[in-house]
Design a protein around this ligand. Structure first.
Ligand code: GDU
Length: 596
């Protein structure tokens, strides 16, 4: 009470709210007024931040926490009463007539889209200290994920405006959601590289706040063990992106500017724009032609692979916490297997005759139609269905091993939609796969044989594989891959083919620039850095880097090339970004075409 005198009227309101919510322990230890007054003000500044960054404020957070903790204590399953089944969605077959049609529809529409990259996670699992956006997507060119994403969006913008004969040269906005862990290094990466060619005004950073930690089932807010004037906080998850977009006012601004689609993606999916053209233009084409309000991109998924499964959930009586009788939604990988076992599938999540789980894998690339998205957020303020995952001390479930917090995921957005919402998904070809960079070498090496490693090694090899297969589909003779083991992971090594998004964004672009009379040997490296490079009668056995603006690559090119050298991930003489992939490229000899 006495301490109230040092607080502003707003802070007094917050103090009253905390008392009402049973949080008086937060102040009980406070000394007399005059002692630590500055720290007390800092404490309330933090409370104000926690209050304003959560839809409904801190009191809603505490009430939601109490409810979810009570459910967790009694072991309530959020999917109780739901029966899972395999949903049907649009399957894309790379390069067929339907695919080309969708791709074109998507490219045209792309200039009316905004991209949102969630990049607030530090990626502790990867064992890399920096931000993941700064990691090389592949080490042949060393281009980082951020550069790749920005250049791809710029190339898409250019193609889209050209195809639609857009005189206004629309700019595709790029929003990046950061967190306290990633905000400053993300700005530094962008600024020190001149935003990789994008206008700085085209990039918008929204920082997510962490949420308060909880000490017990009564949702007692946890104090920071090192600072008794601070509430302990932890990340709330990528679901925050919806509330941040809502509160930023960007959605209405975009609507006025004629934007129709919002595309969400994650920090390390190298295949997303690089090669899996299906992922962006063709899936956008699916949204356009099918009129999907929500379109999730999916890939064939190995049973138990650490990506969520797209599942149709049907409720037996129509009354459910998810408020809908049936819905197509992501079921997280750790929940899918138990859900299947509990509903009569004795073996749980297993591969079917295709060699994959019948439940397609969610890659968390979502395409939302802007207008219905705004309507929904006007109702929910961006609040997303949450969950809590406390680690209990014992089976009485009365105490936690360490503090916990509520979490949310961006792909849970459809859970609050009405049954009339058009929610669909698009599955890509098997050969493209999905290659995020999430696991450190030791964990990746433990992944069951045949399942994807999700490591820096597999992420880089996937790029070469996909690029090689695309050239092959366009008619180039590409040598078969060899198998090699890096950091204990057996991978296919294809020719190291990379290109800048300016060179080709769609399969039609590739076909236009490739003549069938070309060949590339397995030990080769081919880097295409410019838009007017034509693969004419090239026969490559070595390394060729085409930087030239306009060149026809013809005839035989042979040299000692670039060689992959094994690196042990424990060998600290190499930088971390090399060690996590288990190889480095020894540049022995190459032909480089540089003249303009
Ligand atoms: N992220 C944030 N804020 C957070 C947590 C994460 O922005 O508080 C970002 C990360 O930077 C990353 C993305 O969200 O870009 C995804 O984070 P993780 O890689 O840690 O996600 P998970 O592997 O736990 O799982 C997610 C989905 C799964 C599946 C999988 C595919 O939840 O359903 O789609 O990605 O890679």
């Amino acid at each position: 009470q006495k301490n109230l005198t040092v607080l502003s009227p707003e802070q007094i309101e917050l103090a009253k709210m905390l008392l009402l919510e049973g949080q008086k322990h937060l102040f009980e230890h406070w000394p007399e007024p005059g002692v630590d007054d500055g720290k007390k003000k800092d404490f309330f500044e933090q409370v104000a931040r926690l209050n304003s960054s959560y839809p409904g404020g801190l009191s809603s957070y505490i009430q939601n926490a109490k409810r979810l903790l009570a459910d967790s204590k009694v072991g309530k399953n959020p999917y109780d009463g739901f029966t899972p089944s395999v949903p049907s969605g649009q399957v894309l077959t790379f390069g067929d007539a339907d695919f080309i049609r969708l791709e074109e529809a998507g490219i045209k529409e792309a200039r009316k889209s905004a991209f949102v990259l969630v990049a607030g996670g530090l990626g502790e699992r990867l064992g890399y200290k920096g931000i993941k956006l700064a990691l090389p997507i592949e080490t042949t060119t060393g281009r980082c994920f951020m550069q790749h994403y920005v250049e791809s969006i710029l190339a898409l913008q250019e193609s889209s405006c050209r195809l639609a004969q857009d005189q206004h040269q629309s700019e595709i906005p790029l929003v990046i959601m950061t967190s306290d862990d990633t905000h400053t290094p993300t700005i530094k990466l962008l600024e020190s590289n001149n935003y990789f060619g994008m206008k700085s005004t085209q990039v918008i950073l929204l920082k997510q706040e962490k949420v308060a930690c909880l000490d017990d089932n009564d949702a007692t807010l946890a104090l920071d063990p090192n600072d008794k004037y601070k509430i302990q906080t932890k990340p709330h998850g990528h679901g925050d992106v919806h509330a941040l977009l809502y509160s930023s006012g960007l959605l209405n601004k975009w609507k006025q500017e004629g934007i129709k689609w919002v595309l969400f993606f994650q920090d390390t999916n190298g295949l997303l724009f690089k090669v899996d053209f299906p992922a962006i233009p063709a899936s956008l084409g699916v949204s356009v032609t099918k009129g999907y309000h929500v379109n999730s991109l999916a890939v064939p998924r190995k049973a138990k692979e650490a990506i969520g499964g797209i599942t149709k959930l049907t409720h037996t009586d129509g009354i459910s916490v998810l408020s809908r009788r049936s819905m197509v939604i992501n079921v997280e990988y750790n929940q899918l297997d138990p859900l299947l076992r509990a509903t009569g599938h004795a073996d749980g999540d297993v591969n079917c005759e295709t060699g994959f789980s019948p439940f397609p894998g969610n890659i968390n690339q979502l395409i939302l139609e802007l207008e219905p998205y705004i309507e929904e957020l006007n109702k929910t303020r961006g609040a997303i269905s949450e969950f809590v995952n406390p680690k209990y001390k014992d089976s009485t479930k009365t105490a936690f091993k360490s503090s916990t917090r509520l979490e949310c995921m961006m792909q849970d957005y459809p859970k609050s939609l009405s049954p009339s919402a058009r929610v669909g998904f698009t599955v890509m070809d098997t050969w493209l796969g999905y290659a995020p960079v999430k696991n450190n070498p030791e964990d990746a090496a433990k992944v069951p044989k045949g399942n994807p490693y999700h490591s820096a090694t597999s992420g880089e090899m996937a790029i070469y594989k996909a690029n090689s297969i695309i050239l092959k589909k366009a008619g180039v003779q590409i040598a078969d891959p060899i198998t090699d083991v890096f950091n204990g992971q057996e991978v296919e090594v294809w020719p190291r083919v990379t290109w800048n998004p300016k060179w080709a964004l769609t399969f039609s672009d590739v076909k236009r620039k490739v003549n069938e009379a070309c060949s590339v040997s397995q030990r080769s490296t081919l880097v295409i850095n410019n838009s007017n490079v034509i693969l004419d009668t090239l026969s490559l056995d070595g390394t060729l880097i085409a930087n030239e603006v306009e060149v026809k690559l013809a005839g035989a090119v042979q040299n000692k090339g670039w060689v992959l050298q094994h690196v042990d991930h424990k060998d600290s003489s190499n930088p971390e970004e090399i060690r996590i992939r288990g190889f480095k490229i020894q540049k022995v000899e190459q032909l480089e075409l540089n003249h303009v």
